[in-house]
Design a binder for this molecule. Structure first.
Ligand SMILES: [Fe+2]
Length: 286
């Protein structure tokens, strides 16, 4: 019988930091810590007055701004962007981006994923990377209205001009918000012929409390907790005592999801309307 003991649960508030040149580094998930084959997740704090130069090397990197002081910046592709909460960059192999925190400590969620094989990419070219924030990304709502999400990397999500948000299946990641009483269906993820070991799957909670359920066991989690789900372990996340904001990752983005519960209204997702009264457009997840 699967249980919450099959998961790796890491509290970022109490994880031991390593002092690095630009500030503090906390490992929240890695092949050594979670057995997460294709995924490493750090909480990286750039201390006031310092800068961090990220060079992607041979990997894909997704950096998401968790907490930001005034004046923090991300340089990408010859442009300087405000490092506000919810902003970030996807870097593909060979790209780089400096982060600067002149006004106070800048907290980043930093995900690193190796280059996937061609079968996982399904013909996608893999690049280029991009800067994102909550204005450039599109919101999606589920049919029940209980959940709202905003992907910062997901190849099937289309921008307003019809182009794909990202041209790689290395990583799927984005923000999720549950209204009070919101929950995912009870579900599990398995591998595919292109990715037989399955995806490394992680939730990182930010605001509000959650409850993770596996079979008849459960665990309450506080803000700042990372949960790693091994492929094949069924799970559900619920908002617990209010709203819940968290970040969700799958790497590589090649997996098959099986819904085990029956919530007919909660399985379809729709792009948020650009104008009041506009027709709803369903997210085509392929
Ligand atoms: Fe899941």
């Amino acid at each position: 019988m699967p249980s919450v003991k099959d998961l790796t649960i890491v509290n970022s508030n109490t994880a031991t930091p390593t002092q690095v040149e630009h500030g503090l580094l906390r490992t929240l998930c890695s092949p050594e810590l979670c057995n997460s084959k294709n995924l490493t997740v750090y909480k990286r704090t750039i201390q006031k007055g310092k800068q961090y130069d990220l060079a992607a090397g041979n990997d894909y990197h997704l950096v998401y701004v968790m907490n930001t002081p005034a004046q923090a910046t991300i340089d990408f592709d010859d442009e300087t962007h405000t490092a506000e909460e919810g902003a970030g960059v996807l870097l593909v192999p060979g790209e780089s981006a400096p982060f600067a925190a002149p006004g106070g400590d800048l907290d980043l969620l930093h995900m690193i994923v190796p280059k996937p094989p061609a079968g996982v990419e399904e013909g996608l070219p893999g690049g280029p990377g991009y800067f994102f924030n909550r204005q450039t990304l599109r919101g999606l709502s589920d049919a029940s209205g209980g959940r709202v999400r905003r992907f910062c990397a997901e190849s099937s999500v289309r921008l307003l001009d019809g182009s794909r948000l990202t041209l790689t299946n290395a990583i799927q990641a984005g923000e999720m918000h549950y209204n009070e009483g919101g929950a995912s269906p009870y579900h599990l993820h398995k591998g595919t012929p292109a990715n037989p070991d399955g995806a490394a799957h992680v939730y990182m909670t930010f605001k509000g409390r959650g409850k993770v359920e596996v079979a008849d066991s459960s665990q309450e989690i506080e803000p700042g907790t990372l949960v790693y789900f091994p492929p094949g372990v069924p799970h559900r996340l619920r908002a617990h005592g209010g709203t819940l904001d968290y970040f969700e990752i799958q790497a590589w983005r090649s997996f098959k999801t099986t819904i085990l519960s029956e919530e007919p209204l909660g399985l379809k997702w729709y792009y948020e309307r650009e104008k009041p009264g506009a027709a709803l457009v369903e997210w085509n997840q392929s």
